[in-house]
Design a protein around this ligand. Structure first.
Ligand SMILES: [Zn+2]
Ligand SMILES: [Zn+2]
Length: 371
């Protein structure tokens, strides 16, 4: 547990991070602030890994390795006037400044103590784009040495300081799917001479719910598509449309369901194109796998969090939003959990939102309890 002086130092770090918000993939100053704090205040071995920062806490080479991850990127702010001090075009609207500070707080709380295992503290960028965790998982050989991984997110709308836990899926998988169809133009008087993609794209938009029903086969788990955009043809009334794009966001409790839905959409688009002599191309963007916890790890965590004096709320439903920690959980058993930010706290990503420093203490206590 942190004493008042340590808490004040961690809160001051949180405010320094808040004052240098950096967009996903550009967390340069953020990384150096965190590294400087750890070098000044702890005995951890700090390694700059390029896009991310690793801090190793070694108790013995033969002991098991566990990983704890914090994200550190800020949100882009469209059209925001440049901050004179930092040239900032971003702000910490998701509380990643608080997550990074809390993980530094854990390092501080553990100074001079033994926990019986080695720890890798992972400060990861680019969570908001879904690229950061993937880059760590694909480019870091020591990931395979980890026996456990944990991460948390502050979550408004729940009791302040409560640990929010869920067995199985914690947060949904999601991705953007673009279907681009290219046909042939024709005079509006003779549309049959061309190949017009609008009907096919419209059918795809309307038929996806039926494909979803086929995949779910009556199960009540979530799988949904949101119609993001349908851009086709133009405003020349003498010309039949010859190209168009349908953009969908696919979201669900299981990555496998989304994969199956993508295959069905592709198959139907390709069959429709073949019948009319059109071409289609597909693009996936913002891919987040499901963030699914290990049942045994959650079962072990629940009593530990309660014994540490934390209020524990077991969530009924997974979060609809996505989180890139799912890439870690595909490789290493672990748990992603929430810290309630208060029932009335402004929502994540809203203009009013700022990380609440009162959450640092319960976040550190939760991490300590899990170790
Ligand atoms: Zn966010
Ligand atoms: Zn976030």
């Amino acid at each position: 547990m942190l004493n008042a002086d340590q808490l004040a130092r961690v809160a001051a770090l949180r405010r320094r991070l808040h004052d240098c918000p950096e967009r996903s993939g550009h967390e340069v100053r953020t990384k150096s602030e965190i590294a400087a704090f750890l070098r000044e205040n702890t005995s951890l071995q700090v390694c700059d890994m390029g896009a991310w920062l690793l801090a190793r806490r070694v108790e013995g080479e033969d002991l098991p390795w566990w990983g704890l991850r914090a994200d550190m990127d800020a949100l882009p702010v469209e059209g925001m006037a440049c901050d004179a001090r930092h040239g900032a075009d971003a702000r910490h609207g998701c509380g990643h400044d608080g997550h990074s500070a809390a993980l530094c707080g854990l390092a501080l709380a553990l100074e001079g103590r033994r926990v019986g295992r080695n720890l890798c503290l992972i400060f990861q960028g680019a969570e908001e784009t879904g690229e950061g965790a993937r880059a760590v998982c694909d480019g870091w050989d020591d990931l395979e040495r980890l026996e456990r991984v944990y991460a948390l997110h502050n979550i408004p709308g729940f009791p302040r300081g409560a640990a929010l836990v869920r067995r199985g899926c914690f947060a949904c998988a999601s991705c953007g799917l673009s279907v681009r169809v290219t046909g042939r133009p024709a005079h509006a008087a003779y549309p049959g001479d061309g190949a017009n993609p609008i009907e096919l794209l419209s059918r795809l938009a309307l038929e996806t719910p039926e494909m979803i029903d086929g995949i779910l086969a009556g199960d009540d788990r979530l799988l949904m598509r949101t119609l993001i955009g349908l851009n086709a043809g133009g405003d020349n009334f003498g010309l039949s449309a010859s190209a168009g794009t349908l953009n969908l966001t696919l979201r669900g409790h299981r990555q496998a369901d989304i994969d199956a839905l993508i295959e069905r959409i592709k198959a139907r688009a390709m069959a429709g194109c073949a019948a009319q002599g059109m071409a289609c191309a597909f693009e996936l963007r913002d891919v987040f796998p499901d963030t699914t916890n290990d049942d045994a790890v959650v079962a072990e965590a629940l009593p530990r969090l309660r014994d540490a004096g934390l209020r524990v709320v077991e969530l009924g439903e997974p979060m609809r939003w996505s989180e890139d920690f799912g890439w870690f959980l595909r490789r290493v058993p672990g748990m992603y959990f929430g810290i309630g930010a208060g029932e009335d706290a402004p929502g994540l990503h809203t203009a009013e939102y700022e990380f609440d420093d009162a959450l640092i203490a319960p976040a550190v206590r939760a991490f300590e309890a899990l170790l």
